[in-house]
Design a binder for this molecule. Sequence first.
Ligand SMILES: Nc1ncnc2c1ncn2[C@@H]1O[C@H](COP(=O)(O)OP(=O)(O)O)[C@@H](O)[C@H]1O
Ligand SMILES: [Mg+2]
Length: 284
Amino acid sequence: MTSTPTPAGAPPIDVTDVSVVLGTSLILSGIDLTVGEGESVALLGANGSGKSTLVKTILGLHPVSSGTVRLFGRDVADRRTVPWDRVGYVPQRVGASSGVPATALEVVRSGLLSPSRPFADRGRAARQRALAALDAVGLADRAQDHVQVFSGGQSQRVLIARALVRSPDLLLLDEPLAGIDRASRESLAVTLAGLRDQGLTLLTVLHEMGELTDVVERAVVLAEGRVVFDGPKSRLAHDHARHDELGHDRPDNCEHAHEHGSTEPAAHHAPVLTTSVQQAGGAQ
Ligand SMILES: Nc1ncnc2c1ncn2[C@@H]1O[C@H](COP(=O)(O)OP(=O)(O)O)[C@@H](O)[C@H]1O
Ligand SMILES: [Mg+2]
């Protein structure tokens, strides 16, 4: 499903020296992050460290103050050149689902819509694709049920199906484990492992790796808008162990205070950004 020819061999995500200012605050600073085809990367860090901002910047939803973001070799600042069909996005869930009554099938079909294809969710082919996406997350038998009655974990899987319906090559997920019960987290881990095994490139924002430890190969840790760790997850675990041996408190958010490369002051704000994240769900 590639509508735009992209430079051969270009990595799915290529972030070069990116800084982002929101309001008057420097939220991301000097971020370098390349994610190659088929990689599964966890983006970790404390609340407010800039994870969601980075994901949205990767999707071109926040303008960069400096640096460049490329998806499949295309600069996201030039939105029309980006092959959005290849990119799926599961935004951070905010509270309960909206009051609009919709079945799981309708929610997933809506993932086919785009400004250039206003009727793409209609017809038999769209229905088949949506059912296949629901099947991929283990909810084919719930297609006609209203999402309002779904548990947090089931709702999360519907959102993943919505992101999968266009058969993306790259999937970005923002805190998919947050607020769902353990059984749902485990079944999500199975779903994501299956997608990774099919060759999908995954960038998953996590508060901690938890049930997704086996799905992730590489960890990137943000603190105060900077990358403070980027390496194999095994090294992250090792560094944590050393941190404990040294008698430091182990931050539960995997922040590596001892690796800070900068004394840049943290940007402190009241939490903002809630509904706009969901509205951006189609990454269009
Ligand atoms: N639109 C915005 N305007 C101003 N500040 C923002 C905006 N969005 C996020 N921030 C601030 O940026 C910082 C990082 O937020 P966020 O990326 O949501 O962190 P995380 O996802 O790691 O919890 C926080 O201090 C947050 O308050
Ligand atoms: Mg966030």
